[in-house]
Design a binder for this molecule. Structure first.
Ligand SMILES: [Fe+2]
Length: 130
């Protein structure tokens, strides 16, 4: 089988600003507009398509697998921007990161409250299984 996750849609109150936020934080190419979407493309070609809504936004969760060096850079930008961050998705460990699977991980929010996560090891790759 050759099934590749290709894109998802993220609701936003300001799709352009939200897409720029994500691209800047992760150091991805600048977003491009396609139809009603502001599109951010990751290294594996999966698009995150921000779309404007005037309605209430139900926060979703998006996780990005990155290298240790990229973690240093991205986490540095999170702290430079004084964003809140947590070691856990329940937000019970503010100002901390986790070391699941022998790597590093942290959670933070985009401007719409979507819960973003960066991890340096895929879940379970080092034996972590909550
Ligand atoms: Fe996650």
């Amino acid at each position: 089988m050759a099934i590749h996750f290709n894109h998802t849609i993220l609701s936003a109150h300001d799709s352009k600003a939200s897409a720029i936020f994500l691209a800047e934080i992760l150091n991805l190419p600048a977003p491009r507009r396609w139809g009603p979407f502001q599109v951010v493309v990751t290294e594996n070609g999966a698009n995150l398509d921000y779309m404007d809504t005037d309605g209430e936004i139900t926060p979703q969760h998006y996780a990005f697998l990155i290298s240790e060096a990229e973690f240093d850079e991205i986490f540095g930008r999170i702290r430079d921007r004084k964003l809140s961050y947590w070691a856990d998705p329940g937000r019970r460990q503010p100002g901390e990161i986790n070391h699941h699977d022998g790597g590093r991980g942290v959670y933070f929010e985009d401007p719409n409250g979507h819960l973003l996560e960066i991890i340096t090891r895929p879940y379970g790759s080092g034996g972590w299984n909550p």
